[in-house]
Each structure stands twice: as C-alpha cells, then as structure tokens.
Design a protein around this ligand. Sequence first.
Ligand SMILES: [Zn+2]
Length: 276
Amino acid sequence: MPPAEPLRLLILGAHPDDAEFHAGGLVSLYRQRGHLVKMVSLSNGAAGHHALAAEVLAAIRRGEAANSAAVVGAASEVWDYPDGELQPTLELRRRVIREIRGFRPDLLLTHRTNDYHPDHRAAGQVVQDASFMVRVPRIVPEVPALQRDPVVAFMSDPFTKPSPLKADVVLDVTAQVDTIVAMLASHRSQVFEWLPWLEGILDRVPGDDQGRRTWLRGWFAAKVRQRADRCRAELIAAYGEARGRRIGFAEVYEISEYGSPLDAAARERLFGFVFQ
Ligand SMILES: [Zn+2]
C-alpha cells in the first residue's frame, strides 16, 4: 500500500545514468515504500560514446533512461542540453526552478561543484542557484513559488579539494544492489560499451545477457565499495557496531546549506524508514 502522503524525491543529475550510479539505492528504497521518485538528466548524454553519432546516441540514451526508471516505477526525463557542454545559464536556472516548483520535492539530489566533470559542476551550480529562488515569487512568476525549500543533498563523489564530501547521511544499500544493477544494465550503451571502452576493458564484457549482468555487478561493486570504507565511522554510528562494520555497500549524502536544514524531524521523515 502506498503511503497516504508519499515523499517526493527529485534527482537533478547531469547525465542519464547519474541518478542510478550515485543514488540508485535510495531510489530503490523510496520506490519500495511507495514514495515518488523523478530522475532528471539535464544533458542529453550525446557525448557518451566512442562510436555512435550524437543524435543517434541521444535517442538511445533517452530510451535507456526510461527503461531504467521502469525497473522501479520512477519517472524519468532527459533534457536536451548538450552533453559535455552543460552551462549553469540563467535559462537553465529558470527551467530548474520551474521543475522544482512543479514537482515539489521533499528531497532534492544533485552533484557537488568540485566534481571532476564540468557537467556535474554545472548541474550542482545551477541547482544551488535555484535553491533559494524557488521561494521568490517574482522569479519565474508564471509558476507559484514554494513556501518551503526542499532539503537539498549532494550525491557522493571521491574528490577531496577543497573538501571531501561530508557524510551527513549514510545508508546501507547492500540489499538494493541487485535493483541498482538492474537499473544500470538498462543503460546498455554506457555500462557495456562506453565506460568499459574508456577504461580499456571492452574485451572483458561478456556477449550474453546473463554474463553481462554478472560482470556488471562485479564492476559496479568494485567502484562503490570504497564509499562504505570511507564512511565506516558514520555507518557504525548510524547502524551500530556489529552491522556498521559489515556493511559492504553504502550511499553517502552531504546536505547543502542552501536548502532546508536536515533537522531531527526532517531526518526522521526523509530517512527514518530506511533504518527500520
Ligand atoms: Zn555524469
């Protein structure tokens, strides 16, 4: 049974697979409980391939994002800004403001602005630029302003300068890994083609579906295992000594100072069910 008042989770990532890579566990947990999730890619993803033409790839990636969202019953949108050249323009800020006001998220996820990828930085910047403006009625006046900011959180990245990601929220997503992998497997052009090509391991990707799924699980696990190791102390504090030490897969979020604060009541509302 869906909750009477479902929570609303909006993810504004730079690329069509960012939500799954960085927040797939939370997406899965929210959907399991009947909460609403919308994953938006600000760019069209058209630069993410070594062989396919941009316009062909853009159409493929839109379909892949829809397939991935369908795994958990989330909503999905891929916007048309050029991949690799995303800019935090006033025009994009206005569109982001309209999106946030329209969806009315309780929780909004994006990237930090010290990420390696210029598109991730641009997405993080434009969401932060919109964070306060969503409450200002004179800005984008055709859409009613919000009374309250959502809680805004940054998805994890491994970068340390000028500061590493602060582990304000740590989630054990071990039980969600199969769902995350199923979602990622929908992004075929990425996880079975482009990213292995970038890493020089394309020849290791199996040809059959079952073999690919197994390979993807191992590849993804190797990438994210360090997340749990980096925040072991926080996991132990959140889940207790015994479970905290055993957690192999974690998602980590830093709360933005520009949205609503994650006070005790908000933490309980947005994440409390995850710890039960
Ligand atoms: Zn990305």
